[in-house]
Design a protein around this ligand. Sequence first.
Ligand SMILES: *Cc1c(COP(=O)(O)O)cnc(C)c1O
Length: 366
Amino acid sequence: MLDLSRQYSAIRDEVLAAIAAVCDEQSFILGPEVARFEADAAAALSVPHAVGCSSGTDALWLALAAAGIGPGDAVITTPFSFFATAAAILRCGAQPVFADIDSHTYNLDPQKTEDILRSTRLRIKAILPVHLYGQCADWDAFAALQRKYGLLLIEDAAQAFGARWNGHTAGSLGDAAAFSFYPTKNLSAFGDAGLVTTRIAALDDRMRTLRNQGMRRRYFHDEVGWNARLDSIQAAVLRVKLRYLDAGNQARRNLAANYDRLLGKIEGLALPFTAPQAEHIFHQYVIRAPRRDDLRAHLSAQQIGTEVYYPVPLHLQTSLASLGYQPGDLPNAERAAKETLALPIYPELTEAEQQQVAHAISTFYA
Ligand SMILES: *Cc1c(COP(=O)(O)O)cnc(C)c1O
């Protein structure tokens, strides 16, 4: 499914030199290397402010908390995402409200979002769309909802570093955005790491304060923050990998086009749909497949790794039962959880390996 050693062997000397430079500098938490990574990331994303932090989960929390979301507020988000999207809302003391997804892109459906905005008595303060699998959510529609209802828009861009919507980068679309550098992401650290971005100087200041125990001056705690800091070794690794990211994302797009060609004739499969405004970076290549679990077992028996992102939609997670959702409430998300399968895709995957995957899939259905 993912062989990180291929990337590592190509950049090993550069990464080890960058780590050695941090060890020589002896500044491990925040510090100059983190500031250099933040500058590089801001330039790559064309956003004025980028704040390094400890994980994608903390990045979501920082974005929401800095935007002032707290107890008594509600945030509309997608039920078809990694759990952290909802957990971060709860961590702020706010309530997640789920709107169903679009069944072609698997992203939060703006129409379903507006249905909730029209009918709810909750105090909806923000919308948190996820750019799932590396394709931006329908930002034309969400920007229109923002103008109409006066809400905050926060991006969960954990899977979308380098993706664009109408030419604008993920991370520059909303009021704030959260990125993850978990080792499986398309830009990945050697451990946990994350980033928050914003166009708004006041949010940047508050994110920096919240990630470091609410301090602007050492030991003067202006508010209750958290330890959500980025360490310098992760920043050094990320600075190296950032230089290869555009090429990696282009390789992902080429691989996706290969899969489209190789799998296009297999009846019953639904291949990924890319909206015309989107520049998809194919963090994942996700098909909708009949008899998904049997197909997965068939591939696994041939040493082909696949993954289900995600088998249980958030509104049906045990830990969120108190929100009161029932099976059937969000049918598109529930169907996607049962039918979708992510195939291997990463820049170093070879075309021969893709052919093996495609062949194994076609023999399963034949
Ligand atoms: C990975 C991911 C996160 C969480 O990031 P961590 O770095 O693992 O905390 C949040 N949202 C989405 C959509 C993700 O894919």
